[in-house]
Write a protein that binds this ligand. Structure first.
Ligand code: SAH
Length: 376
């Protein structure tokens, strides 16, 4: 059985593999994979490592972090910025990441509308007065569908080397399993949530009653989501300070979509042109100078080429052709290519996106390319 730890025989010291913090983050990632939330807030996000991991989950469109310590967030927040590759190939989904400086003991409207809220090793850092306000802020005010709370299980401490009172000097308390269960069940009851208990960091064989090293409560809201009108009745005064905001390039933004369409149209047209020219050259060699024979041979070649590429989604009405040193590639042909079709959705949108960006024939029905590489 994989227990995610190694017990060193000589010392009896427990070493978790992967490290416990990674197991906690993986646990959250798995939950995101299961519930597919669009909007996730991480409270007590510290150096933003979990947020950084979550930005790769394609279901997420909004990520927010909150911490009472601005400097710890700022240390590594650059990791949350888009990379050059994100601009070169914008994703289909939109993604906005925001970091706020503030306390989980205070309500702020920027924390409304989240589907999932994670609190990884946060509550044991809260003063009693903050812990008392925490459930009303998270479960009453934010009221997401899912809340995940992890906290140390004090029963495991005896198995951890060097731990006397608490695992960290900033911890205000550490609960045993019964204490966490009592608090979680009472909170769930008060705000109409269900809670399931689990954890990461298995105890050694024969000591199962000690429980997980990190205890986790996964809370699921029982009632239907609050409507936007009900949420707007909630207090709206902003108390958090936004310290970071990144809006990722996305094909949902017309500007990036247009760029993507134009690039794809030019790329597709170039491939078609090259195929035509290759055919022409080989036909020329084969039939020397009989144009009728050449054309009849050329058309099936283009068709075959298109079919080879696969993914054609509509029937082509006009075939591409070469006239002198100009290649005409009908927009209908280009639109029939899967990627162009998927990006644009409709033929009208294709025409709109490429207008003024790609050289077209006088009637606007075909992309015009030169047989040479000039001006392309
Ligand atoms: N979630 C992170 C950090 C845990 S340490 C992880 O898993 O590694 C707890 C974090 O909570 C610290 O960064 C601390 O600054 C923050 N914190 C403590 N009190 C807070 C409060 N009242 N509101 C928001 N964040 C708080």
């Amino acid at each position: 059985m994989d227990k995610n730890f190694e017990e060193e025989q000589s010392t009896g010291i427990i070493k978790f593999t992967p490290p416990l913090y990674k197991q906690r983050y993986e646990f959250i990632k798995d939950l995101v994979g299961k519930y597919k939330p669009k909007k996730v807030a991480d409270l007590g996000c510290a150096d933003c490592t979990l947020l950084w991991m979550l930005k790769f989950c394609s279901c997420i469109e909004v990520l927010a972090g909150l911490d009472i310590c601005a400097s710890v967030m700022k240390e590594n927040m650059h990791r949350l910025s888009p990379l050059p590759g994100d601009y070169l190939q914008p994703a289909e989904r939109s993604l906005t990441i925001t970091l706020h400086h503030g306390s989980v003991a205070h309500k702020d409207p920027c924390m409304l509308g989240f589907d999932m809220v994670t609190c990884v090793e946060l509550i044991e850092h809260l003063e009693e007065s903050e812990l008392n306000k925490f459930p009303e802020v998270v479960f009453g005010f934010m009221a997401p569908s899912i809340v995940v709370i992890s906290t140390p299980n004090s029963e495991f401490n005896a198995l951890l080397p060097g731990v006397t009172l608490f695992r960290h000097p900033d911890h205000k308390f550490e609960w045993n399993q019964a204490q966490f269960r009592r608090w979680a069940l009472e909170t769930a009851r008060r705000y109409d949530y269900s809670v399931e208990f689990t954890g990461v960091g298995h105890p050694p064989t024969g000591m199962e009653n000690v429980g997980f090293c990190t205890q986790i409560g996964v809370f699921a809201r029982n009632s239907l989501p609050t409507t936007e009108s009900a949420q707007s009745e909630k207090p709206t005064e902003a108390v958090y300070k936004t310290v970071f905001k990144a809006v990722y390039p996305s094909l949902k933004d017309e500007k990036y979509l247009q760029n993507a369409v134009v690039s794809e149209v030019i790329f597709t047209a170039q491939i078609i042109k090259q195929s035509l020219l290759d055919c022409l050259i080989s036909e020329h060699e084969e039939y020397d100078d009989d144009p009728t024979e050449r054309k009849s041979k050329l058309q099936p070649s283009v068709k075959r080429f298109s079919e080879d590429l696969g993914n054609l989604v509509v029937e082509k009405s006009v075939e591409p052709f070469v006239n002198g040193d100009v290649v005409y590639i009908p927009l209908t042909t280009i639109f029939s290519f899967h990627k162009v079709n998927r990006l644009c959705g409709t033929f009208e949108k294709l025409c709109k996106f490429i207008a003024g960006k790609v050289t077209l024939s006088s009637d606007g029905s075909a992309v015009v390319l030169n047989t040479e590489h000039k001006n392309e």
